[in-house]
Design a protein around this ligand. Structure first.
Ligand code: SAM
Length: 222
């Protein structure tokens, strides 16, 4: 029986893709992509001409069952996201769950994801940690931040540039301004940097210039 493959793609540097990932992409009848234009750039670089179909959070509820049926009928289908590992703060969970419920094999290849290099770069304990993804913008935000104050493991969060300072400020209010933190920006890209210090120091650093790029916040354990 065919299976659903989930293939991680680079988070910036297009060289960060495994040989097996390229082979699976090449062998796929269909590649489901969040943004087909972005994925096409990667496929073009590696001369891969598999058919691309759009699959994103706005249509995944409608199409998951149809995709599962196609796999059952022998089509080789691979899910990618714009960057990193599908299903990690990206679409994927629903399709994986649908396939598992229908006893269709699922295989996620190991590969790029932003949280792991950010955690290792931070220098905070990496033996146990919690990944919070994006905090909710409104409903439930305060509860989540309050809950983090009691967390005893290293905490990892994803954040967009225009919310970075707001989130750091709220974390400082809940966890204390002296808590150590590390923010990794533009991992694997030309302007990659990791800033370490207290939450107050990191806020000060990022307040100096307009914020651009992608960010991972890592907070030291209590
Ligand atoms: N699926 C991806 C993964 O496996 O990491 C995450 C996708 S999520 C929609 C995008 C967020 O991941 C960004 O807002 C940022 O927090 C983080 N991210 C992705 N690429 C990054 C990079 N090159 N540097 C820093 N953070 C990154």
């Amino acid at each position: 029986m065919s299976k659903l493959y989930l293939v991680p793609t680079p988070i910036g540097n297009l060289e960060d893709i495994t040989l097996r990932a390229l082979r699976i992409l090449k062998e796929s009848d269909i590649i489901l992509a969040e943004d087909t234009r972005k994925t096409r750039i990667l496929l073009k670089k590696y001369n891969i001409s598999s058919r691309l179909i759009s699959h994103h959070k706005f249509n995944e509820h409608r199409t998951a069952r149809d995709i599962a049926d196609r796999i059952k009928n022998g089509e080789q289908i691979t899910l990618v996201s714009d960057a990193g590992t599908p299903s990690i703060s990206d679409p994927g969970y629903l399709l994986v769950k649908t396939c598992i419920d229908l006893e269709i094999p699922v295989e996620c290849l190991p590969g790029p994801t932003a949280l792991i290099p950010a955690l290792v770069n931070s220098g905070f304990p990496s033996d146990t940690f919690c990944f919070e993804g994006f905090l909710p913008h409104k409903k439930g935000r305060k509860t989540r931040i309050t809950r983090l104050a009691a967390e005893e493991r290293t905490i990892i969060l994803y954040e967009s540039p225009h919310r970075l300072l707001k989130t750091l400020t709220e974390l400082s209010e809940s966890l204390g301004p002296e808590r150590a933190c590390s923010v990794s920006r533009e991992l694997t890209k030309v302007h990659e940097e990791t800033i370490r210090g207290t939450i107050t120091e990191v806020i000060k650093y990022f307040s100096r210039k307009p914020l651009r790029g992608e960010f991972v916040i890592v907070i030291a354990p209590r």
